[in-house]
Write a new protein. Structure first.
Ligand SMILES: Cc1cc2nc3c(=O)[nH]c(=O)nc-3n(C[C@H](O)[C@H](O)[C@H](O)COP(=O)(O)O)c2cc1C
Length: 205
């Protein structure tokens, strides 16, 4: 697949087969992550790859297991029927999509500023750069025929994962990434149509 094909093919995959991923392939995908641009040239990202189910259960100890479509009704920020449908697909799978993955990759970024109270946009660079690496990883996984999903840790989820994984306090988990071979009947969410022409501006807004 060429790059454009990979980008078009990349989707959030929340349903997997039980096929494992060879270590060399995971390493190749992680190598792609490290080709991402970094603001300070350090590429100071770490990745913890969890393939052991018992460890994973502990790492995901804070992720809600029994969410249903009803929980989506309580999300008052949803403003569009397609968006609502997408949440109805994704929300009930938040725990299973990680537990059923062949591996869960946990990126770590070093907190170089108080990103919850940034003084300026530059304070958020450490956050921005780790997300560049995550997108690279996701595209590389797609090119290798695997699928990924993301979960942003909420509430105590990060603290629980940190306790199990034992990484130092100066690191933060931007997301959990489930990776595996997409199931034949994997459900991808509908996307809200956009008109690119209305959103791309030449010389003037
Ligand atoms: C910053 C960010 C946070 C996301 N958080 C979650 C999440 O917590 N749980 C989830 O299932 N998907 C999450 N997603 C995936 C989106 O739901 C998904 O990218 C979107 O629906 C578009 O679908 P696609 O990835 O298949 O193109 C997140 C994506 C991004 C970029």
């Amino acid at each position: 697949m060429d790059l454009y094909e990979v980008m078009k093919t990349r989707r959030s995959i929340r349903d997997f087969t039980n096929e494992m991923i060879p270590k060399e392939v995971l390493e190749k995908i992680l190598e792609a992550a490290y080709t991402a641009p970094s603001n300070d040239h350090f590429r100071d990202w770490h990745f913890i790859i969890v393939t052991d189910n018992e460890v994973l259960k502990k790492v995901l100890g804070g992720v809600p297991k029994n969410l249903t479509v009803k929980d989506v009704d309580a999300m008052d920020f949803i403003s569009d029927p397609i968006q609502k449908e997408s949440y109805q697909v994704a929300v009930p799978k938040q725990y299973r999509m990680l537990m059923d993955a062949a591996a869960v990759i946990i990126p770590l970024m070093r907190k170089k500023a108080d990103i919850m109270h940034p003084r300026n946009f530059s304070d958020l660079n450490c956050f921005a750069t780790v997300w560049c690496s995550i997108e690279n990883l996701w595209l590389a996984a797609t090119a290798e025929g695997y699928g990924c999903n993301l979960r942003i840790p909420q509430g105590e989820e990060e603290r629980i994962a940190q306790r199990v994984l034992g990484f130092p306090d100066e690191y933060l988990i931007p997301c959990f990434i489930g990776i595996g071979r997409p199931a034949k009947d994997a459900v991808c969410t509908k996307q809200i149509e956009i008109n690119m022409k209305e959103q791309i501006h030449w010389n003037k807004f």
